[in-house]
Design a protein around this ligand. Structure first.
Ligand SMILES: Nc1ncnc2c1ncn2[C@@H]1O[C@H](COP(=O)(O)OP(=O)(O)OP(=O)(O)O)[C@@H](O)[C@H]1O
Length: 249
């Protein structure tokens, strides 16, 4: 579904910095993929390219055969709104609006009919267990609840791909567990395709596959055999090895 073909990204005009050096990656429909790696390794850069926030310097990224880098500004905005869902560490919700106003925002922007919006809102609210929060203002709910709302907003238009950037970064242990359980359930029951950048081995243990990036290169790929506890240990071991390499340098 998502195909990343020999993608590079170089920042800067006079002083150049190559943040990604030829990334190849394929994400299948319904997969839950984690992206890990040391600080500065290029994780956010990769997510920004997939999220069409930025364009690759060379190589191609296609989602179900279409290549967003070739679209004009207007087409790109539409592509982003229709095909992608974003979940951020900082939730990125509108604090003065209510929970339900925030969740339907992507549909409002698309000029969707009120009856369609109501139906979609109800469905997503039930799935995420946030019916009782709908009339509350964002400023009055907890961080864990806010992340549920952000996930609802990312999911309401049934995007092809959900991009999550450190979704548990601002959450306590219990809320992290809830949010990861939720993402995992959405992945399994609704067959949502999710790509998540995280530093958190616990959050990563919910993924089916994790790719490790170092110095702009994909260096390792590991798979979850269904035992989350075991997978967590494998993740820690891989992180230790990556950091060990960094220490040696
Ligand atoms: N707009 C930019 N201009 C120049 N260099 C940049 C820019 N954005 C990122 N970089 C550089 O590219 C490299 C990769 O950055 P990136 O943010 O993708 O790393 P990361 O793995 O997400 O790090 P972190 O885990 O700390 O968020 C870093 O060396 C960073 O300094």
């Amino acid at each position: 579904m998502l195909k990343i073909n020999n993608v590079t990204k170089t920042y800067g005009d006079s002083v150049k910095y190559q943040a990604l050096k030829g990334i190849d990656l394929e994400v299948k429909k319904g997969e839950f993929v984690g992206v890990m790696g040391p600080s500065g390794s290029g994780k956010s850069t990769l997510l920004n390219l997939i999220g069409t926030i930025d364009k690759p310097t060379s190589g191609s990224i296609t989602l179900d055969g279409s290549e967003p880098a070739k679209l004009n500004q207007e087409e790109l905005a539409k592509f982003r709104r229709n095909q992608l869902g974003f979940v951020f560490q900082s939730f990125n919700l509108m604090p003065t609006l209510t929970v339900e106003e925030n969740i339907v925002l992507p549909l409002t922007l698309d000029g969707e009919k009120v009856s369609v919006m109501k139906k979609a809102l109800y469905e997503v609210a039930v799935t995420l267990g946030i019916e009782s929060l709908l009339k509350k203002r964002i400023a009055t709910i907890s961080g864990g609840q806010a992340q549920r709302v952000a996930i609802a907003r990312a999911m309401i238009h049934q995007p092809k791909l959900v991009l999550a950037d450190e979704p548990t970064g601002n959450l306590d242990t219990k809320s992290s567990r809830d949010v990861m359980g939720l993402l995992s359930r959405l992945n399994q029951e609704e067959e949502s395709t999710i790509l998540m950048v995280t530093h958190d081995p616990f959050a990563a243990s919910y993924c089916e596959k994790i790719i490790f990036i170092k110095d702009g290169e994909l260096v390792q790929e590991i798979y979850n055999n269904g035992n989350r506890r075991e997978f967590y240990d494998v993740i820690l071991e891989n992180l230790r090895q990556l950091e060990g390499d960094v220490d040696e340098i």
